[in-house]
Design a protein. Structure first.
Length: 249
């Protein structure tokens, strides 16, 4: 099995052409024809993830966030890119295509929260997030606590003026998606990196908005992605890495 074989499976599941224009996805470090017997799946490629991959004998790391996002002016011995290249480990990153595609991050987030009748919400730039309905209505604070517990995260939130039944979810930084979500006749919006003015708009609109953190709203995809890849490529061992680096006190 090669890096390119795994890339092709990822492309079939979560087409890279769905990535937004600003994004940087695909094989970002490594060689297409390198042999892969083990691969680590993680939200980010950090030095800890690289060490984890090396210690587990993995030849490939698959990440959600691009390992190279902004242009690099130097690649020296103290940079992560240098260390990855020297290690011989390849890196494939699937970012906004994994957010948007069916079965990707937003579907995993909606499913984690127990939503039913899940459907896409399409933004003008082509990005999509999800909305769905809860099996039974919850009160705003009850739902905020439920979401935080399901995602294993803390939560910042404002309470709307009605029970929660219809919910929109946007994995990662979704503050700018609030007004689009609000047009969907929702009772609650779950995302992260919500700006203060958006909380105010949400409160004024009577919509409960919950910020569960960037990592928690996206890490929900790590194990399901491993399972999808393992089902398609049983000869490769896919190892999830689900530890975050940000701590709450």
């Amino acid at each position: 099995m090669t890096v390119n074989n795994i890339y092709n499976v990822l492309n079939n599941l979560f087409p890279f052409n769905l990535a937004l224009d600003f994004d940087n996805t695909g094989l970002l470090i490594g060689e297409q024809n390198s042999t892969v017997k083990k691969a680590v799946v993680a939200l980010d490629c950090t030095t800890k993830v690289l060490d984890f991959a090396i210690n587990n004998g993995a030849e490939l790391i698959i990440t959600h966030h691009p390992v190279i996002f902004t242009p690099l002016k130097t690649i020296t011995e103290n940079t992560l890119a240098y260390k990855i290249i020297k290690s011989g480990v390849s890196v494939i990153s699937a970012h906004t295509n994994l957010d948007t595609a069916e079965g990707g991050v937003n579907d995993c987030l909606a499913e984690c929260l127990g939503l039913e009748n899940i459907s896409p919400v399409i933004c003008p730039d082509g990005f999509t997030f999800r909305k769905g309905v809860l099996p039974a209505a919850m009160q705003p604070e009850e739902f905020a606590l439920f979401a935080a517990n399901k995602l294993g995260a803390g939560a910042r939130f404002v309470c709307g003026n009605r029970a929660i039944k219809t919910v929109a979810v946007c994995s990662g930084s979704g503050s700018d998606m609030f007004h689009i979500a609000a047009e969907q006749f929702i009772d609650a919006f779950v995302s992260s990196e919500i700006k203060h003015n958006i909380f105010i708009s949400s409160f004024d609109a009577g919509i409960t908005t919950i910020d569960c953190g960037h990592f928690a709203t996206e890490n929900v995809v790590t194990r399901p992605l491993c399972n999808k890849l393992a089902a398609a490529l049983p000869e490769v061992q896919f190892i999830p890495y689900t530890q975050g680096i940000i701590k709450n006190i």
